[in-house]
Design a protein around this ligand. Structure first.
Ligand SMILES: Nc1ncnc2c1ncn2[C@@H]1O[C@H](COP(=O)(O)OP(=O)(O)OP(=O)(O)O)[C@@H](O)[C@H]1O
Length: 332
């Protein structure tokens, strides 16, 4: 089943077309990552799906409902969870009190202590929110996003500011939520995060989807040439190398191979026959980051702020609207 279906989505801020005919689908039970450079239209798209921003065109279905419709939007609010960039929480409440208070907003919340354990805040259960570190506060954000037992969870850059250990911990939490049946739609600027977590990714640039697929296949990544690098053995000339060389600089040779197994076999046999080891030998497929940068490099600087602003709806007023609609939440 499809949890989120977006077709031909359009959004303008004055004359500026921030989202220009975006299509994508998020299947139930998957982790879907929306990737894109600054200003690409990710937040705008997410806010439309969350019901915090109206669209100018296209069709959007979230859990079968239209978030732009008042009645549908109200019903959706109990079924979705949001983890935004910053939350407006009462600093003098404890972690447990904060989560308990938010649990009261939902018809069938999860168990409070189970959620505290899930996000790894057991040690801080009774600590005041004001005394939490940045990473611990983000864990609390996550706890508040899942306390309502949402069917669909929106995660906006979920691990920004986390230390490497905490990021791994957060990934485990996100995976365990997915494994328990929650559909997750996230944005991130970390390609290793998308690679580690996402079942599907879409890359948006200048308001359009420029590629979509799995992290391993997007942008033809799986069929891209493998890059073999090695130091030219002492006494050997480039012309002696038994595979096609594409570059040689400072004694480091680069070759690109369609069939890396066969190419490596020829190369290592040659080196062994000569009795000279291949120093600094590496074989790489392009990473998700390589593919992402290739797809988005021409758009990278198009985020120069739009000259026009949607009447009565600046980013900060949208944040205020969110805060007003869902107690205790705001965005950066
Ligand atoms: N309320 C607004 N009024 C006018 N322009 C806006 C408004 N909100 C966003 N924009 C513009 O729309 C475009 C898309 O912005 P959006 O916030 O959706 O991008 P993003 O992909 O989330 O970027 P980032 O990665 O920097 O968060 C940008 O050019 C931005 O300047």
């Amino acid at each position: 089943m499809t949890a989120v279906a977006v077709e031909g989505l359009l959004k303008k801020y004055g004359d500026h077309e921030a989202v220009r005919g975006v299509d994508f689908a998020v299947e139930e039970g998957e982790i879907f990552a929306l990737l894109g450079p600054n200003g690409a239209g990710k937040t705008t798209t997410m806010e439309i799906l969350e019901g915090f921003r109206h669209r100018d065109g296209g069709d959007v279905r979230v859990l079968g409902r239209d978030p732009g419709d008042k009645a549908d939007g109200r019903r959706l609010r109990g079924q979705i969870g949001l983890v935004l960039q910053d939350i407006a929480v009462e600093p003098y409440l404890s972690v447990r009190e904060t989560i308990a208070r938010n649990a009261g907003y939902y018809p069938a919340p999860r168990d409070i202590d189970e959620v505290i354990n899930l996000v790894g805040l057991e040690e801080k259960r009774d600590a005041k929110v004001k005394d939490l570190s940045g990473g611990q506060k983000r864990r609390l954000d996550l706890a508040l996003g899942v306390i309502g037992d949402p069917k669909l969870l929106f995660l906006d850059e979920p691990t920004t500011g986390f230390d490497p250990g905490a990021r791994r911990g957060a990934w485990e939490v996100v995976r365990s939520l997915r494994d328990a049946g929650t559909t997750i739609l996230l944005t991130t600027h970390y390609m290793d995060e998308a690679q580690a977590l996402a079942d599907s990714v879409a890359v948006i640039a200048a308001g359009r989807i420029v590629a979509a697929g799995t992290p391993d296949t997007i942008g033809g990544r799986d069929s891209a040439l493998a890059r073999i690098r090695f130091a030219l053995p002492a006494g050997a000339a480039i012309d002696d190398v038994p595979i096609q060389v594409s570059d040689a600089e400072d004694g480091l040779v680069t070759a690109e191979a369609e069939e890396p197994t066969a190419a490596l076999h020829r190369l290592t046999s040659w080196a062994l026959d000569r009795g000279t080891p291949l120093e600094r030998l590496t074989v790489e497929q392009p990473t998700l980051e390589d593919v992402y940068l290739g797809l988005t490099s021409s758009y990278a600087q198009q985020d120069a702020s739009s000259p026009s602003t949607e009447r009565g709806s600046t980013p900060s007023s949208a944040a205020r609207a969110r805060r007003g609609r869902r107690p205790g939440r705001s965005r950066r």
